[in-house]
Design a protein around this ligand. Sequence first.
Ligand code: ZN
Ligand code: ZN
Length: 373
Amino acid sequence: MTECLAAVVTKFNQPLEIWKVPIPDLAPNSALIKVDAATLCGTDAHRWQGHLTEGGGADLPFIDPVTTPFTPGHETCGTIVATGSELRDILNEPLKAGDRIIASYPHCGRCYYCRVARQTTLCANNISFGHSPPSALLGGCAEYHYFPAGASFVRVPPEVSAALAASAACALRTVMHGFEQLGPIASHETVVVQGCGPLGLYALAVAKDRGAKKVLVIGAPAARVKVAKEWGADAVLDMGEASSADDRLAWVRERTSGRGADIVFQCANSVAISEGLRMARPGGRLVNIGVTGGPPLQIPPILFFRQVCINCVVMAEARHFYQAIDFLAARRKYFNFDRIISGTYNLEHTGDALEAMAAYREVKPVILPAGTH
Ligand SMILES: [Zn+2]
Ligand SMILES: [Zn+2]
């Protein structure tokens, strides 16, 4: 086996092409997997639409600019077909061909962020997936995926489907990172989740699991709202029914003794943070996860008088990937996680999935490249 098929974005916002690409040589501590499932998220849609061509610049050296051609997909679960050397998972157990895994983004292990701060998501040398040239084989929408040295590998147990494991490799691991930043939730505390895409739905599940008294969810469209109800949201506000910020704020305050929520998870887009600051009670906590989309952010300075503690989370550390897979396996009897997977596509239809994602017609579409031939 020397080459494989990969979906390729050659022009932003245009149909994808399927290319034959060479399979790279395996360096020590790397792995080659056959892709079992690649899920897509809003970030893939934004990359395809050409919204992320500037990268982070000097402010965010760990965010690379997106240029064409690239193979999308940064949420990937697959089965190991070869390793570059003896390989071990995050628990130091040996890995071999046939094992099903997800992988964290490789980081350098040598810089200030890796060694001193121990915030490896901020490593400027990290390798994020889903926007590299097709020949690098660093995107999930391909038959095979290369996991370079520096990644941490998390084994996926048989009770977790490949599609759900893939979704853990982005949405749920980021949510786990958010809950770590947040700290403990007390049993009297009410949580508001803004947004009910995959991030918001997983935030709802984890908040319920961590013992919040009530979890209130605000989102759209109806299909996602329905999942939030099924997963035990104590109240759900369909954005279609409350289109003004004042209506949404009133809805939250009615359910929080007029104070606002103890904790707000912003899982919608950056603009929602100023609304989130008003939904949080004075002295409450806000975790900002949804960062792309929407017009430039304007926060009335007076809102900072509310003394809300803000945590901003992007991506996740290796341990959060482990926590995400563990959560899916351990809590599947309480949450019907499969409800998050909304559509199934083969590799040739990756573009349709991106288009549907961009139009909010999907919650979490999955690409199954094995069905390609
Ligand atoms: Zn993602
Ligand atoms: Zn580093």
